[in-house]
Design a protein around this ligand. Structure first.
Ligand code: FES
Ligand code: FES
Length: 164
């Protein structure tokens, strides 16, 4: 049986925010590192690197996923969305992003891309959440700045404004 070399880099390609991207990754390389260092996006933030803080959250084939708990090679062939996909092509923020801005749902912004991606998936299935449900959903993300109050207001306002 041939010996596996852990340093061998493997081709990895997937659709990222609507465009095909490709690179190579060692078998142990995390998706969060691949997105940042190989592809060059800036929104897949790394905080805890063990699945707790949620800063690295992206959508893989529509499923909320921690980039730090996923190997880059596992994403081969997938469709990945990050917060870079949310604004319109002309740079205008999405309605959810505007609501975060309006209600001061962010401060340093480190947690924000991951939270926006979790909310994007969550609100598809739960278009009219209660405040308690929003808080419960946000409990999967750590924010050291805001106390979450502005985020909760932003989500509720967004749902109200778009008519749920
Ligand atoms: S860096 Fe991935 S959950 Fe914290
Ligand atoms: S806005 Fe700073 S960590 Fe959430």
């Amino acid at each position: 049986m041939p010996q596996l070399n852990r340093d061998t880099r493997h081709p990895v390609s997937f659709t990222l925010n609507g465009r095909k991207v490709a690179g190579t990754a060692e078998p142990r390389m995390l998706l969060s590192d691949f997105l940042t260092h190989e592809i060059g996006i800036t929104s897949c933030h790394v905080g805890c690197e063990h699945g707790v803080c949620g800063a690295c959250t992206v959508l893989i084939d529509g499923i909320v996923t921690r980039g730090c708990l996923t190997l880059a090679v596992q994403a081969d062939g997938a469709t990945i969305e990050t917060s870079e996909s949310l604004a319109h092509e002309d740079g205008e923020l999405s309605d959810l992003q505007k609501a975060f801005k309006k209600h001061h749902g962010l401060q340093c912004g480190y947690c924000t891309p991951g939270i926006l991606m979790s909310l994007t998936a969550y609100l598809k299935d739960n278009p009219k959440p209660t405040e308690e449900e929003v808080r419960d959903m946000l409990s999967g993300h750590l924010c050291r700045c805001t106390g979450y109050v502005g985020m909760v207001r932003a989500v509720l306002d967004y749902c109200e404004t778009r008519g749920g």
